[in-house]
Each structure stands twice: as C-alpha cells, then as structure tokens.
Ligand binder design. Structure first.
Ligand code: ADP
Ligand code: MG
Length: 342
C-alpha cells in the first residue's frame, strides 16, 4: 500500500530538506541553493544575482476582512525585498503570480497593485512579469531578484564567536497588531456587524507593522556606505527565536542574548499586557516582523548608524549552545518554535 506520511511528521523544514535531497546535484554555477534567505549564483565577473520567492495566501497569511488590498500588495513586495536585503543585496526585479477569486473586482486588483507599485518605487524594484489565474482564494506569489558583488553577500552561515548579534528596529509589534485586529474582528462578528466602528488610532503603529511592513533596505545601504559585510544575516519572518536558531545552526556557533536588550516598543508591551501575555513572548515568537538579524564584529558595529539597530547579544562557541539571559540574571535555552505551518 502507498505510504501516507503526514507533513506534520517532518515539519516545514524537514519537508524542504526532503525536497532538496530528491532534486540531487545542481547543473549550473551556484553559490547557494536551498537553505538561505535567497539563492545566489554568479552572473558576470565578481557579480552575483540573488533570487527569492514568498507567497501570501488568503486565510493563511492574511484575512481580507481587515487587510486593505493596497497594504497587502505593499506587504507582498516587502516580504520578498526583505529576503533580498537579508543577503545584503539590492533588490532590482520582481514577478507576481496572482490567484484571483471570483469575488474580486477589477478595482480591487487595482488597489492591490497600487500597493505593489508603491513598494516597488520604495525599494527600486521593477515588476517584470508574472501570471494570472482564477483561484478559490486570493494568492499572491512573488519572486524577487537582486544583485550584489559576490564578496558582499551575507549568508546565514558566517557568524563567528565574539561577533555581536544585532537586530534592526523592534520586534513583536506585528504580532501585537495582528492580535488587535483579530480581537476587533471577533467583536465585530459577535455584534453581527452592528454597533460602533472601533477606534484603532491608538494602535496605529502595531497594526501598520502587521499590515504593511517595510523591508530594511536602509540597513543594507548603511552596511554598504561603511563597506561592512555582516558575517551573517537573516530576516525575521518566523520570530526572533526561530531565526537565531537558523543563523546559529548554519554558522555552527552558539549565542548568548540578553532579553533586556531586545527592542520592544512600549505599545507592543501594552498590547501584550492587555491580553494578559508576556511582551517577551511576542518579541521572541511573534513573527512577521521583517527586521534584519545580523552579526558583525564590535569594531564594525561602532561604525554603523546606531539609530537603525540594537545589539542584543554575542556569538559564542558551539558547545555553549543558544541561551537567553533573563532580567533576573538566570539563563534559559532558546527553543526555535516560530510559526508552524504544519
Ligand atoms: P524565508 O523564511 O527566508 O522565506 P523559507 O523558510 O521560506 O525562507 O525557506 C527556506 C529555504 O527553503 C529557502 O532557501 C527556500 O528557497 C527553500 N524552499 C522553501 N520551499 C521550497 C520548495 N517547495 N521547494 C524548494 N525549495 C524550497
Ligand atoms: Mg528570510
């Protein structure tokens, strides 16, 4: 009988590994295939291109009830630009493949593309093609291409003991925004659409972080202005805890992070407390932040624009493992449970 192994037995990353094994050896020049934020291959002399794909699916990644289409278009480009930035490459081109449900109008598709165009202008991306098909639910699959010097590429695997662990912006805000939106949706449905429109102005920042995140091209520009190549970099899509595990795993190093240094906005804290939960949990496991987690030497860190990032810890030797120092001085291992699709 044909075997049926549930995908949850392997998990997302186990499944991807199985796919990689099945495909075997590559046939063309390649610097990095499966396993980083983007694939990297040489194009000419010392230049390389990076390619990444990320899709957004209705009711998995977004809820059309509270996600304005313009923001969704912006987000679809941002999440891909973010993976290009995580390689220290500059995004240049993108394609979009759309699955469009019957309940979407021409005007709605136009709104989606207004957001796409806005993001493309912000990141310097040209949209050069895609595909359009009917679908039960809205699907937005983007492929982004970027370019860099081979020597500029920051892989996940280059972190070395004594490097500083840095994170741009703040973390946990997107998850806080999502919680507010889900709560409001629940209230709206309980009131059967009656009652007052909610006043969400006070939550603007976290809601915007969830609905229309911005890729950190500003950090990439700052690395380049200072001729610094991070020893390792990854973008935070599944949560800080999950991404530091990927980075340290692929670099074969440990790390000691300080919880007190992890940047969490006041509003994120307030939202977590409103739900009776720890802001730290939001910051470590929330996901969807699209900030950059990277490592540089202490000498390099002082040259960078300090308004763009925070030092949250140090890379250690592999046998020291991956630990988080809490406010009371105790330490705990950092488990990698980010968002699980399966
Ligand atoms: P990210 O979170 O940075 O977008 P993912 O966790 O989605 O990265 O993917 C990890 C790696 O696995 C990437 O190199 C990606 O290209 C690869 N990958 C993901 N899904 C597939 C698939 N279905 N087939 C081949 N490679 C895949
Ligand atoms: Mg990534």
């Amino acid at each position: 009988m044909q075997q049926f192994t549930p995908i949850s037995d392997l998990g997302e990353f186990g499944l991807i590994q199985r796919i990689g094994e099945l495909l075997g050896k590559t046939r063309n020049p390649l610097l990095k295939g499966i396993g980083d934020d983007a694939a990297v291959y040489p194009i000419a002399d010392s230049r390389v291109q990076v390619v990444t794909s990320d899709m957004l699916i209705e009711n998995v990644h977004f809820d059309r009830m509270f996600h304005p289409l313009r923001y969704l278009g912006f987000k679809a480009i941002s999440v891909n630009a973010s993976d290009v930035c995580a390689m220290n490459a500059l995004p240049q081109y993108a394609t979009i493949s759309l699955g469009v449900p019957h309940n979407m109008s021409v005007e709605m598709v136009e709104h989606l593309y207004q957001g796409v165009a806005q993001a493309c202008a912000l990141y310097g991306i040209d949209l050069i093609g895609g595909d359009t098909t009917a679908s039960r639910q809205l699907v937005i699959a983007v492929t982004a291409i970027g370019e860099a010097e081979a020597s500029q590429i920051a892989y996940r695997s280059g972190a070395r003991p004594d490097d500083l662990v840095c994170v741009t912006g703040d973390v946990g805000a997107a998850y806080a925004g999502l919680r507010i939106l889900l709560e409001e949706k629940k209230r709206f449905e309980a009131a059967k659409g009656e009652g007052h429109a909610p006043d969400l102005n006070a939550f603007d920042y976290v809601i915007q972080r969830s609905l229309s995140p911005t890729a950190r091209l500003d950090m990439v520009r700052n690395w380049r202005e200072n001729q610094i190549v991070p020893s390792a970099a990854i973008d935070i899509s599944d949560g800080l805890a999950s991404e530091i595990n990927h980075l340290c795993g692929q670099s074969n190093v440990g790390a000691l992070l300080q919880m007190a240094k992890v940047p969490i906005e006041i509003l994120t804290r307030e939202v977590a407390e409103q739900f009776g939960e720890d802001p730290e949990t939001f910051a470590l496991y929330g996901g969807d932040d699209y900030e950059l987690l990277f490592t540089v030497t202490p000498e390099e860190a002082i040259l960078l624009d300090e308004t763009l990032f925070t030092v949250i810890g140090t890379i250690t030797h592999p046998e020291e493992g991956l630990h988080l120092e809490l406010q009371d001085g105790s330490t705990m291992p950092i488990a990698s449970n980010g968002f699980r699709h399966f």
